[in-house]
Design a binder for this molecule. Structure first.
Ligand code: SF4
Ligand code: F3S
Length: 265
């Protein structure tokens, strides 16, 4: 069994900020170490791999060839379509690398709102012509794990679920219902204050100090589907609303443009 080959995972990073990888490395259950050593063979990942230059690119090509049709392709970051030169890796445009790697993938996991929906690079006026994975790849199953970044255990949990049970049940935006099936507002611990009409009006008024609802400070919890209010962050410690800031809707398409970070709905 020790010799059994672990499923190959190829991770491509395009127009992104590395926040998704930062988040990945903070997952506690399953941990990234647990996944890498016990469950998957992470054959290519810019930030985490030891190899660089030709060695790294050779590893990607070899993994595609050896595991053709079977590997999981993970993508973070959006893909610029206006000019292939906007973002390249080893001289290969993002869109070409995505198409080549997607062709042999069993499924694609689009990690982060940039890969899932275009994210920050796609915000108006979208100077690079940023597109999501699903805008480009139409013939493969795609699981969108949105968030800016996604919750650590949601990234590793979705990977573990796919490798164990196959495709999870998805919502209308391609997100696993297990993590994105409920909106923040419906599970928010400040909801009783919302129901009673008790709202913070500024970030340091009496209501803010008493933990009242942040709706009037622009909270997008009522229109945002994610597991923050239940799974939480930092090993279940807290989430944005618990630390005093409204949800900015980071797991939803076009969240940078729909109302701005500090405007009420
Ligand atoms: Fe809803 Fe946001 Fe208020 Fe929580 S803080 S009850 S998510 S509006
Ligand atoms: Fe994002 Fe809102 Fe959660 S801003 S991190 S979806 S509370």
């Amino acid at each position: 069994l020790e010799q059994a080959k672990r499923p190959s995972v190829i991770w491509l990073s395009f127009q992104e900020c590395t926040g998704c990888t930062e988040s990945l490395t903070r997952s506690h259950s399953p941990s990234i170490e647990g996944l890498i050593f016990d469950a998957i063979s992470l054959d290519y990942h810019h930030t985490l791999q030891a190899a660089s230059g030709y060695g790294a690119e050779a590893a990607r090509e070899e993994a595609i060839k050896e595991n053709y049709g079977k590997y999981v392709l993970v993508v973070d970051g959006s893909i610029p379509l206006d000019n292939p030169g906007f973002s390249t890796i080893a001289g290969i445009s993002n869109v070409d690398m995505l198409r080549e790697a997607a062709a042999g993938a069993a499924a694609i996991v689009a990690v982060g709102t940039c890969a899932a929906f275009g994210g920050l690079p796609k915000a108006n006026p979208n100077p690079t012509g940023a597109a999501s994975v699903a805008d480009i790849i139409k013939d493969k199953p795609i699981i969108n794990v949105s968030g800016c970044p996604p919750i650590p255990v949601v990234i590793t949990g979705v990977l573990a679920h796919f490798l164990t049970f196959g495709l999870p049940e998805l919502d209308s935006l391609g997100r696993p219902k297990a993590f994105y099936g409920q909106n923040i507002h419906d599970r928010c611990y400040r909801r009783p204050f919302y129901e009673r009409g008790l709202f913070a009006e500024t970030f340091d008024d009496k209501g803010a100090k008493a933990g009242w609802c942040l709706y009037k400070l622009g909270c997008k919890g009522p229109v945002t589907y994610n597991a923050c209010a239940t799974t939480k962050w930092n090993e279940g410690t807290s989430f944005p609303i618990q630390s005093g800031h409204g949800c900015i809707g980071c797991s939803e398409p076009d969240f940078w443009d729909f109302g701005g970070l500090y405007q009420a709905l």
